[in-house]
Write a protein that binds this ligand. Sequence first.
Ligand SMILES: Nc1ncnc2c1ncn2[C@@H]1O[C@H](COP(=O)(O)OP(=O)(O)OP(=O)(O)O)[C@@H](O)[C@H]1O
Ligand SMILES: [Mg+2]
Length: 241
Amino acid sequence: MENNILVEAIGLRKVYGAGVTALDGVDLSVRAGEFVALVGPTGSGKTTLLSLLAGLEEADDGTVMLMGNRLASLSEDAVSDLRGQSVGMIYQSYNLFPGFNVRENLGLPLRLMMRPPFDAHLRSRELVESFGLALLAERYPSELSGGQRQLVAIARALAANPPLVLADEPTANLDSSAARHIVARLRELADTGNHGVLMATHDLRIASQADRVLSLRDGRIVKETVLEPGRSSREVLAELA
Ligand SMILES: Nc1ncnc2c1ncn2[C@@H]1O[C@H](COP(=O)(O)OP(=O)(O)OP(=O)(O)O)[C@@H](O)[C@H]1O
Ligand SMILES: [Mg+2]
Protein backbone atom coordinates (compact mmCIF):
# COMPACT_ATOMS: atom_id res chain seq x y z
CA MET A 1 0.00 0.00 0.00
CA GLU A 2 1.15 3.45 -0.88
CA ASN A 3 2.96 5.07 2.07
CA ASN A 4 1.47 2.48 4.41
CA ILE A 5 -1.90 4.24 4.32
CA LEU A 6 -4.46 1.90 5.88
CA VAL A 7 -7.49 4.09 5.39
CA GLU A 8 -8.09 7.37 3.63
CA ALA A 9 -11.13 9.62 3.35
CA ILE A 10 -11.42 12.22 0.61
CA GLY A 11 -14.20 14.82 0.68
CA LEU A 12 -16.47 12.57 2.73
CA ARG A 13 -20.07 13.71 3.12
CA LYS A 14 -22.98 12.08 4.88
CA VAL A 15 -26.47 13.52 5.15
CA TYR A 16 -29.14 11.76 7.19
CA GLY A 17 -32.80 12.02 6.27
CA ALA A 18 -33.99 15.39 5.16
CA GLY A 19 -31.12 17.52 6.28
CA VAL A 20 -28.81 16.45 9.11
CA THR A 21 -25.35 16.90 7.60
CA ALA A 22 -23.37 14.52 9.79
CA LEU A 23 -20.18 14.83 7.72
CA ASP A 24 -19.45 17.82 5.56
CA GLY A 25 -16.30 17.20 3.52
CA VAL A 26 -13.84 15.21 5.65
CA ASP A 27 -10.32 14.39 4.49
CA LEU A 28 -8.04 12.21 6.57
CA SER A 29 -5.67 9.30 6.41
CA VAL A 30 -4.29 6.84 8.94
CA ARG A 31 -1.01 5.07 8.30
CA ALA A 32 0.48 1.96 9.85
CA GLY A 33 2.39 3.06 12.95
CA GLU A 34 0.07 5.98 13.70
CA PHE A 35 -2.22 6.54 16.66
CA VAL A 36 -4.73 9.24 15.76
CA ALA A 37 -7.39 10.66 18.08
CA LEU A 38 -10.68 12.15 16.97
CA VAL A 39 -12.29 14.62 19.36
CA GLY A 40 -15.38 16.79 19.11
CA PRO A 41 -18.66 17.47 20.87
CA THR A 42 -21.59 15.10 20.93
CA GLY A 43 -23.20 14.98 17.51
CA SER A 44 -20.10 16.31 15.69
CA GLY A 45 -19.89 13.18 13.49
CA LYS A 46 -17.28 10.91 15.13
CA THR A 47 -19.32 7.70 15.04
CA THR A 48 -20.58 8.46 11.53
CA LEU A 49 -17.03 8.94 10.32
CA LEU A 50 -15.81 5.67 11.84
CA SER A 51 -18.71 3.73 10.35
CA LEU A 52 -18.10 5.16 6.89
CA LEU A 53 -14.38 4.33 7.10
CA ALA A 54 -15.29 0.74 8.07
CA GLY A 55 -17.78 0.51 5.19
CA LEU A 56 -20.69 -0.04 7.57
CA GLU A 57 -22.51 2.87 5.94
CA GLU A 58 -22.16 4.46 2.52
CA ALA A 59 -21.05 8.04 1.93
CA ASP A 60 -23.31 10.43 0.03
CA ASP A 61 -20.26 11.96 -1.56
CA GLY A 62 -16.50 11.52 -1.44
CA THR A 63 -14.31 8.45 -1.31
CA VAL A 64 -13.11 5.94 1.26
CA MET A 65 -9.98 3.97 0.40
CA LEU A 66 -9.57 1.02 2.77
CA MET A 67 -6.35 -0.98 2.41
CA GLY A 68 -5.95 0.55 -1.05
CA ASN A 69 -9.48 -0.39 -2.19
CA ARG A 70 -12.13 2.15 -3.11
CA LEU A 71 -15.12 0.97 -1.06
CA ALA A 72 -17.70 2.33 -3.50
CA SER A 73 -16.30 0.06 -6.22
CA LEU A 74 -16.76 -3.13 -4.16
CA SER A 75 -19.84 -5.28 -3.65
CA GLU A 76 -21.41 -5.41 -0.20
CA ASP A 77 -19.94 -8.88 0.35
CA ALA A 78 -16.48 -7.73 -0.71
CA VAL A 79 -16.67 -4.76 1.67
CA SER A 80 -17.70 -7.04 4.48
CA ASP A 81 -14.82 -9.46 3.73
CA LEU A 82 -12.33 -6.61 3.55
CA ARG A 83 -13.60 -5.25 6.89
CA GLY A 84 -13.35 -8.70 8.46
CA GLN A 85 -9.74 -9.05 7.29
CA SER A 86 -8.47 -5.58 8.02
CA VAL A 87 -10.54 -3.69 10.60
CA GLY A 88 -10.97 -4.17 14.31
CA MET A 89 -14.01 -2.10 15.19
CA ILE A 90 -14.67 -1.13 18.80
CA TYR A 91 -18.30 0.00 18.72
CA GLN A 92 -19.59 2.76 21.00
CA SER A 93 -22.49 0.44 21.86
CA TYR A 94 -20.20 -2.65 22.08
CA ASN A 95 -22.26 -4.88 19.70
CA LEU A 96 -21.47 -8.05 21.63
CA PHE A 97 -23.44 -11.13 20.60
CA PRO A 98 -25.96 -11.69 23.41
CA GLY A 99 -26.27 -15.45 22.85
CA PHE A 100 -22.50 -16.04 23.20
CA ASN A 101 -20.51 -15.88 26.40
CA VAL A 102 -17.33 -13.80 26.79
CA ARG A 103 -14.99 -16.56 25.62
CA GLU A 104 -17.16 -17.26 22.58
CA ASN A 105 -17.49 -13.58 21.70
CA LEU A 106 -13.68 -13.31 21.73
CA GLY A 107 -13.31 -16.34 19.46
CA LEU A 108 -15.81 -15.08 16.88
CA PRO A 109 -13.55 -12.88 14.72
CA LEU A 110 -11.22 -15.80 14.02
CA ARG A 111 -14.11 -18.22 13.47
CA LEU A 112 -15.61 -15.76 10.98
CA MET A 113 -12.25 -15.73 9.19
CA MET A 114 -12.57 -19.53 8.90
CA ARG A 115 -9.55 -20.11 11.11
CA PRO A 116 -9.43 -23.47 12.86
CA PRO A 117 -11.50 -23.69 16.07
CA PHE A 118 -8.36 -24.46 18.04
CA ASP A 119 -6.70 -21.18 16.96
CA ALA A 120 -9.81 -19.26 18.00
CA HIS A 121 -9.83 -21.12 21.30
CA LEU A 122 -6.18 -20.30 22.03
CA ARG A 123 -6.57 -16.67 21.05
CA SER A 124 -9.68 -16.18 23.17
CA ARG A 125 -7.88 -17.78 26.12
CA GLU A 126 -4.94 -15.42 25.64
CA LEU A 127 -7.27 -12.39 25.47
CA VAL A 128 -9.26 -13.50 28.51
CA GLU A 129 -5.97 -13.54 30.46
CA SER A 130 -4.46 -10.34 29.15
CA PHE A 131 -7.65 -8.31 29.63
CA GLY A 132 -8.21 -9.66 33.14
CA LEU A 133 -11.48 -11.34 32.14
CA ALA A 134 -10.77 -14.81 33.54
CA LEU A 135 -13.54 -14.69 36.12
CA LEU A 136 -16.03 -13.49 33.52
CA ALA A 137 -15.18 -15.85 30.67
CA GLU A 138 -18.31 -17.97 30.92
CA ARG A 139 -20.71 -15.07 31.48
CA TYR A 140 -23.08 -13.67 28.88
CA PRO A 141 -23.03 -9.95 27.94
CA SER A 142 -26.26 -9.32 29.88
CA GLU A 143 -24.44 -10.50 33.03
CA LEU A 144 -21.63 -7.93 32.72
CA SER A 145 -21.28 -4.32 33.86
CA GLY A 146 -21.00 -1.60 31.22
CA GLY A 147 -17.23 -1.32 31.71
CA GLN A 148 -16.79 -5.10 31.55
CA ARG A 149 -18.73 -5.19 28.28
CA GLN A 150 -16.52 -2.45 26.96
CA LEU A 151 -13.38 -4.46 27.80
CA VAL A 152 -14.78 -7.51 26.01
CA ALA A 153 -15.62 -5.35 22.98
CA ILE A 154 -12.03 -4.05 22.90
CA ALA A 155 -10.51 -7.52 23.30
CA ARG A 156 -12.74 -8.86 20.53
CA ALA A 157 -11.76 -6.05 18.16
CA LEU A 158 -8.09 -6.94 18.64
CA ALA A 159 -8.61 -10.71 18.41
CA ALA A 160 -7.66 -11.15 14.76
CA ASN A 161 -4.72 -8.71 14.94
CA PRO A 162 -6.29 -6.31 12.43
CA PRO A 163 -4.00 -3.78 10.75
CA LEU A 164 -6.52 -0.97 11.38
CA VAL A 165 -8.28 -0.41 14.70
CA LEU A 166 -11.26 1.95 14.72
CA ALA A 167 -12.18 2.67 18.32
CA ASP A 168 -15.34 4.61 19.21
CA GLU A 169 -14.91 6.09 22.71
CA PRO A 170 -13.29 2.86 23.90
CA THR A 171 -12.69 4.14 27.43
CA ALA A 172 -15.99 5.95 28.03
CA ASN A 173 -17.17 3.39 30.62
CA LEU A 174 -13.85 2.45 32.19
CA ASP A 175 -12.30 3.65 35.43
CA SER A 176 -9.19 5.77 34.96
CA SER A 177 -6.73 2.95 35.60
CA ALA A 178 -8.42 0.59 33.11
CA ALA A 179 -8.66 3.48 30.63
CA ARG A 180 -4.92 4.17 30.92
CA HIS A 181 -4.19 0.50 30.43
CA ILE A 182 -6.32 0.33 27.27
CA VAL A 183 -4.81 3.45 25.77
CA ALA A 184 -1.30 2.19 26.53
CA ARG A 185 -2.23 -0.98 24.70
CA LEU A 186 -3.49 0.92 21.63
CA ARG A 187 -0.33 3.06 21.76
CA GLU A 188 1.86 -0.09 21.82
CA LEU A 189 -0.08 -1.58 18.94
CA ALA A 190 0.62 1.48 16.79
CA ASP A 191 4.25 1.54 17.92
CA THR A 192 4.83 -1.92 16.45
CA GLY A 193 4.57 -0.12 13.10
CA ASN A 194 2.19 -2.75 11.76
CA HIS A 195 -1.09 -1.27 12.97
CA GLY A 196 -2.83 2.07 12.81
CA VAL A 197 -5.38 3.26 15.34
CA LEU A 198 -8.10 5.89 14.96
CA MET A 199 -9.85 6.54 18.27
CA ALA A 200 -12.80 8.81 18.99
CA THR A 201 -12.81 10.16 22.54
CA HIS A 202 -14.20 12.94 24.69
CA ASP A 203 -11.29 12.63 27.10
CA LEU A 204 -8.43 14.98 26.25
CA ARG A 205 -6.02 13.14 28.57
CA ILE A 206 -6.64 10.00 26.58
CA ALA A 207 -6.36 11.92 23.31
CA SER A 208 -3.03 13.35 24.45
CA GLN A 209 -1.43 9.90 24.03
CA ALA A 210 -2.00 10.04 20.26
CA ASP A 211 0.42 11.24 17.57
CA ARG A 212 -2.18 13.57 16.11
CA VAL A 213 -5.53 14.86 17.29
CA LEU A 214 -8.25 15.74 14.78
CA SER A 215 -10.98 18.07 16.07
CA LEU A 216 -14.38 17.59 14.49
CA ARG A 217 -17.13 20.26 14.63
CA ASP A 218 -20.41 19.96 12.78
CA GLY A 219 -19.04 17.30 10.48
CA ARG A 220 -15.82 19.09 9.55
CA ILE A 221 -12.25 18.70 10.74
CA VAL A 222 -11.55 22.17 12.08
CA LYS A 223 -8.13 21.55 13.61
CA GLU A 224 -5.29 19.06 13.51
CA THR A 225 -2.85 19.04 16.41
CA VAL A 226 0.42 17.14 16.01
CA LEU A 227 1.75 15.98 19.37
CA GLU A 228 5.51 15.58 19.41
CA PRO A 229 6.72 12.99 21.91
CA GLY A 230 8.37 14.29 25.05
CA ARG A 231 6.07 17.25 25.64
CA SER A 232 4.56 17.64 29.07
CA SER A 233 0.97 16.54 29.43
CA ARG A 234 0.05 20.00 30.76
CA GLU A 235 1.39 21.62 27.60
CA VAL A 236 -0.47 19.13 25.41
CA LEU A 237 -3.75 19.53 27.30
CA ALA A 238 -3.50 23.31 27.02
CA GLU A 239 -3.02 23.02 23.28
CA LEU A 240 -5.99 20.67 22.87
CA ALA A 241 -8.40 22.63 25.07
N1 LIG B 1 -28.99 6.93 11.73
C1 LIG B 1 -29.13 8.24 11.86
N2 LIG B 1 -30.22 8.89 11.41
C2 LIG B 1 -30.34 10.23 11.50
N3 LIG B 1 -29.41 11.03 12.05
C3 LIG B 1 -28.30 10.46 12.52
C4 LIG B 1 -28.10 9.03 12.48
N4 LIG B 1 -26.88 8.75 13.02
C5 LIG B 1 -26.37 9.93 13.42
N5 LIG B 1 -27.21 10.95 13.13
C6 LIG B 1 -26.96 12.40 13.36
O1 LIG B 1 -25.69 12.71 12.79
C7 LIG B 1 -24.96 13.61 13.62
C8 LIG B 1 -23.62 12.97 13.98
O2 LIG B 1 -23.85 11.86 14.85
P1 LIG B 1 -22.66 10.94 15.41
O3 LIG B 1 -23.29 9.77 16.06
O4 LIG B 1 -21.72 10.70 14.30
O5 LIG B 1 -22.01 11.94 16.48
P2 LIG B 1 -20.82 11.66 17.52
O6 LIG B 1 -19.79 12.71 17.31
O7 LIG B 1 -20.40 10.25 17.45
O8 LIG B 1 -21.55 11.95 18.93
P3 LIG B 1 -21.28 11.28 20.40
O9 LIG B 1 -20.07 11.99 20.95
O10 LIG B 1 -22.53 11.62 21.15
O11 LIG B 1 -21.10 9.82 20.23
C9 LIG B 1 -25.87 13.90 14.80
O12 LIG B 1 -26.55 15.10 14.55
C10 LIG B 1 -26.84 12.74 14.83
O13 LIG B 1 -28.07 13.11 15.38
MG1 LIG C 1 -20.48 8.67 18.79
